[in-house]
Design a protein around this ligand. Structure first.
Ligand code: SF4
Ligand code: MG
Length: 337
């Protein structure tokens, strides 16, 4: 079956504005050749440190700007090149939840009007009584009391506001919701509630989620697959279990080594990376992780690795990594099983 969303080798370069980065000129390679797909009803998590380009990928899918190169395909139709006048159906099918539930809601509108707005804009409001029935059902769906509809955003806690944002995203019955750090600003216990809600909604409604997060502990709890980004590129894509149990990219290994393991006594081997993430203005040649990789060898400095199925993960594992180590004999590959 064709995937719901297919992202093909997308690139987004931003021109540098004078004064930034010490007055240097050039381009920021925010996203530099990213490909992945999301299936119907699936959660794909896009993870990586801040600045790796994951939010830019999310914005590209939401058509918040034009790509430098590449394609975004929704249900077999290219959406990256749709003219502005034809974006409405797309806006209905792909919704978004942002990190900050405080600034995301208009403080002057009652919840009823916040939720009715997308329904009206997509011509889905129906009669007055149909609209009320829809809004009440949305409240039930996100587990808020129906009388919340007549209240204002400031009357709610952060977690409740995020439920309102989820209800607004669900209102037009989308196929995909982009969750950009959607639980990152919430307290730990509230975070768990919202993650559980998203999981419940996914199975009830068959929603696909693109879950953008720097928080691997949350991701490990709820995702189907994970795509790890480093410096504008995808380092590794794999099903959750396979990725967390046996990462096949040295960067993923380092990222995971910093995540607490739920089972005491099973700590992951700690990997400390040297140096900082290099600038996306002039990313390193070859493998962009080579300046920090503990396993880098000659080839890594000149040849950019492409995502390949990792053979020793099992041919059906769907585990992809962009790392030259997997071309070596297993005896010379420190990441081989
Ligand atoms: Fe490290 Fe080379 Fe693999 Fe890049 S390609 S992650 S530098 S071993
Ligand atoms: Mg971000």
């Amino acid at each position: 079956a064709r995937p719901l969303l297919q992202v093909n080798d997308i690139k987004k370069y931003f021109p540098l504005r004078g004064g930034f980065f010490g007055g240097r000129t050039g381009q920021v390679h925010a996203v530099d050749g990213v490909s992945f797909h999301v299936d119907r009803g699936e959660t794909l998590s896009l993870v990586g440190e801040s600045g790796c380009g994951k939010s830019t990928v999310g914005k590209a899918i939401l058509r918040l700007f034009t790509l430098t190169d590449g394609q975004v395909v929704l249900d077999g139709q290219r959406i990256d090149d749709l003219p502005a006048g034809r974006l409405r159906p797309l806006r209905r099918r792909i919704q978004v939840i942002f990190q900050d539930p405080f600034s995301a809601l208009n403080p002057r509108l009652r919840v009823r009007d916040i939720l009715a707005e997308p329904l009206r804009s997509f011509g889905m409001a129906g009669s007055r009584s149909e609209l009320t029935a829809r809004l009440e059902k949305l409240m039930d769906t996100v587990r808020l009391p129906r009388d919340a509809l007549s209240r204002f955003p400031h009357e709610f806690s952060g977690g409740q506001r995020q439920r309102i944002c989820i209800a607004r995203a669900l209102a037009p019955e989308p196929d995909l919701i982009v969750c950009d750090e959607a639980v990152s600003a919430l307290d730990v216990s509230v975070k768990a509630q919202i993650v559980n809600l998203l999981q419940d909604l996914q199975s009830e409604l068959g929603l696909a989620l693109l879950f953008i997060s720097h928080d691997l502990a949350v991701v490990e709890h709820m995702t189907h697959r994970v795509a790890v980004m480093y410096l504008g590129a995808v380092a590794e894509v794999a099903p959750r279990r396979s990725l967390f149990a046996a990462p096949k990219h040295p960067y993923t290994q380092a990222l995971l080594s910093a995540v607490p393991v739920p089972v005491p006594g099973q700590a992951r081997q700690r990997v400390i990376l040297k140096g900082d993430v290099p600038s996306p203005i002039n990313p390193p040649s070859g493998c962009r992780f080579h300046t920090r990789c503990p396993y880098a060898f000659d080839r890594c400095k000149t040849e950019r690795p492409v995502l390949k199925l990792v053979p020793d993960a099992g041919v059906n594992a769907g585990h992809w990594a962009a790392c030259h180590l997997h071309d070596l004999p297993a005896s010379q590959n420190p990441l081989a099983a």
